[in-house]
Design a protein around this ligand. Structure first.
Ligand SMILES: Nc1nc2c(ncn2[C@@H]2O[C@H](COP(=O)(O)OP(=O)(O)OP(=O)(O)O)[C@@H](O)[C@H]2O)c(=O)[nH]1
Ligand SMILES: [Mg+2]
Length: 499
C-alpha cells in the first residue's frame, strides 16, 4: 500500500493543464445553459401565440412522452426479484397422435419412454374394442372380487377374508347383455402395503370408462381424498356400499347420508356380494360343527347402474376415458423425463465440480481462482436450468451466483481449514499448497451448489433462489468431514494423473 505522505506530487505542467481543461468545461456548460434558455424562451413565446386547442394537444403530447420515458426508465431500473422463471407444464395431449409425437421427441433425446408407450398402446387397443370397461376399485377386502364373482358367475375368481388377495389386473365379461358390451375389471385393493399393487389399481382406474368405488363401511378422510382426485381426473364414479348384511337398516341409512354429504354428486348403491362364510353350528347332541353357509347376493341395483351408464352415456364415457388415458400416458412420460433430468443433472454437477477443482489447482495469482469459479458457477447453473427447460436471464443468474458466493465467503476459512486437515491423511502429496486446499473446498462448494440448484429445479420447475440458497446452505454445512475426504481423494487422484 502507498502511504499518503509519500504520495509523489503532480508536476506543475500537469496541474496547469487540468486547470485549463476545467475552465474549458465551465465555458462549455455556460454556453449550453444559455442556448437552452434561449430555446425555452422561444418556445414559450411560440406557445403564447398558439390557439388554445393546439396548445392543449401539444401539452398532452408532452405529458404522454414524459410518461412513456418514465415507464421505460422504471422497467430498466426496477428492482428485480432474483430468478423466478417458471417452466410451463405441457397441457395434456389432445389425441393419440400428439402423445406419439411427444414420445418420439423424448425418445430422440435418449429418454426412456416404454411406460408411456404402454399406455398409448393400451388406449389404441381399447379404442378398437366396443366394450365399456368398468373397474372395481377401493380398499382391500371391501369385496371387489366377490362383487365381480357375483356379477359374472365366474367361480374361478379368488376371494378371501385376508387383505391383498387380488394382485394383478384381470378383466371379465359381464354376461348375457344385449344392450351393451361391458367388461368388469378386478384390481388390487388400495391401502395395501405393497405400493406396486396400489399403483396398478390407480392406473387401471384412469384407464376405465367407469369407476365403481367399493367400500364396506364409512369412508375415511383418505378415501374421500382418493375419490375427489378421481373426480378431478374426470373419472365417472359410483360408490358401491358392500356387505349391507352387516348393518341394521338405520345404520345403513346413516352411512349413506354421510357419504352423500361429503360426495354429493356421486350415486351410492347398497349391495351384498354374497359368497360363503363359515359358521359354527351347535348340533342336537351339543357338539359344534363348522359349516359353510351361503350369503344371498343382492347386486341387481349395481348391475342396473352399470348398464344404465354404459348405454346412456357410452359416448361421453369413451371421450372421458380417452382423455384420462392420454393424460396418464403424458404423466408417465413426465415421470420419465424427470428421471432422465435427475441423471443428467448429476452428471453435469460432477463435470462442473471437477472443472472447478482443476481451476482452483491451476490458479496462479490470488483472486483469479475466484473469477474462474464465478464464471464456472454461472455456467453450471445455466446448464442445469437449460436441462430443466427453465429460462433464466443472464442478469438473474449472475445475481444468484453472487448471493451464493456471499454464503461461501463466510464459510471459506472453515472449509479451507478442513481441507488442510483431511489432506494430511494423504501421504506423498508434498507440501499442502493453496491450490489443492482450494480444490477441495471448491469441490465441496460446487457439488453442494449444483445439487441444491438441481433439487430446486426438480421440485418447483423454477429456479427459486431463496429455496435453492437454503438447500445450498444445508448441503454445504452437512456431513462436512466425509465430504471433505471425498473431494480430497479426488484432488489427490487428479494430481497423481498429472505426474
Ligand atoms: N358379510 C359379507 N362379507 C362379504 C360380502 N362380500 C364379500 N365379503 C367377504 O369379504 C372378504 C373380502 O372379499 P374379496 O372379494 O376378496 O375382497 P377384495 O376387495 O377383492 O379384496 P382384495 O383383493 O384383497 O383387495 C371375503 O371374505 C368375502 O367373503 C358381503 O356382501 N357380506
Ligand atoms: Mg380382490
Amino acid at each position: 500500500m502507498v502511504d499518503n505522505d509519500n504520495k509523489p506530487s503532480l508536476g506543475r505542467g500537469l496541474r496547469l493543464l487540468i486547470a485549463l481543461a476545467l475552465l474549458l468545461l465551465v465555458a462549455v456548460v455556460l454556453m449550453v445553459v444559455l442556448q437552452l434558455t434561449e430555446s425555452a424562451l422561444n418556445i414559450w413565446h411560440l406557445l403564447g401565440q398558439m390557439s388554445p386547442t393546439l396548445l392543449g394537444l401539444y401539452l398532452a403530447g408532452l405529458v404522454l412522452f414524459a410518461f412513456a420515458a418514465l415507464m421505460v426508465a422504471w422497467w430498466f431500473f426496477k428492482p428485480r426479484k432474483p430468478v423466478q422463471a417458471r417452466r410451463r407444464e405441457a397441457p395434456p395431449p389432445k389425441d393419440a397422435a400428439e402423445l406419439e409425437a411427444r414420445l418420439e421427441q423424448a425418445a430422440g433425446k435418449g429418454i426412456a419412454t416404454h411406460e408411456a408407450r404402454t399406455e398409448l398402446r393400451e388406449l389404441q387397443q381399447r379404442q378398437q374394442r366396443e366394450t365399456i370397461y368398468v373397474v372395481l376399485f377401493g380398499p382391500v377386502s371391501a369385496g371387489k372380487s366377490s362383487l365381480i364373482k357375483a356379477l359374472t358367475g365366474d367361480a374361478s375368481i379368488e376371494t378371501d377374508p385376508r387383505a391383498g388377495t387380488t394382485r394383478y389386473i384381470a378383466h371379465y365379461a359381464l354376461p348375457d347383455d344385449e344392450q351393451a358390451d361391458i367388461t368388469l375389471t378386478d384390481a388390487p385393493g388400495i391401502l395395501d402395503t405393497d405400493p406396486d399393487k396400489v399403483a396398478r389399481a390407480r392406473d387401471e382406474a384412469r384407464r376405465a370408462h367407469l369407476v365403481v368405488y367399493v367400500t364396506d363401511g364409512e369412508l375415511t378422510r383418505d378415501q374421500y381424498q382418493e375419490i375427489s382426485e378421481l373426480l378431478a381426473f374426470g373419472r365417472p364414479l359410483v360408490i358401491a356400499l358392500n356387505k349391507i348384511d352387516r348393518y341394521a337398516p338405520e345404520d345403513l341409512e346413516a352411512i349413506k347420508r354421510r357419504i352423500a354429504e361429503r360426495a354429493p354428486d356421486v350415486p351410492v348403491i347398497a349391495v351384498r356380494a354374497g359368497g360363503t362364510e363359515e359358521v359354527i353350528r351347535v348340533m342336537p347332541d351339543g357338539s359344534e360343527q363348522r359349516v359353510a353357509r351361503e350369503r344371498p347376493a343382492d347386486i341387481s341395483a349395481l348391475r342396473d347402474a352399470i348398464r344404465d351408464a354404459a348405454t346412456r352415456r357410452g359416448r361421453r364415457l369413451t371421450e372421458l376415458r380417452d382423455q384420462s388415458l392420454l393424460s396418464l400416458g403424458a404423466e408417465k412420460l413426465h415421470a420419465s423425463i424427470a428421471e432422465y433430468r435427475r441423471g443428467q443433472a448429476e452428471k453435469l454437477v460432477k463435470q462442473y465440480t471437477r472443472k472447478a477443482m482443476l481451476g482452483a489447482m491451476a490458479a496462479v495469482t490470488p483472486g483469479t481462482d475466484l473469477l474462474i469459479q464465478g464464471y464456472l458457477g454461472v455456467s453450471m447453473v445455466k446448464a442445469l436450468a437449460n436441462l430443466y427447460e427453465v429460462r433464466v436471464r443472464e442478469m438473474d443468474l449472475e445475481q444468484f451466483v453472487e448471493l451464493a458466493s456471499k454464503n461461501v465467503g463466510k464459510r471459506m476459512p472453515v472449509l479451507l481449514a478442513l481441507s488442510g486437515n483431511v489432506l494430511k491423511a494423504f501421504p506423498g502429496i508434498g507440501t499442502v499448497t493453496g491450490g489443492i486446499l482450494h480444490a477441495v473446498a471448491y469441490g465441496m462448494i460446487f457439488d453442494s451448489l449444483g445439487k441444491a440448484v438441481a433439487k430446486t429445479l426438480d421440485e418447483t420447475g423454477a429456479l427459486e433462489s431463496g429455496r435453492a440458497l437454503n438447500y445450498f446452505e444445508e448441503t454445504l454445512g452437512g456431513n462436512l468431514e466425509n465430504r471433505a475426504k471425498r473431494f480430497a481423494r479426488l484432488a489427490v487422484e487428479e494430481i497423481a494423473k498429472r505426474r
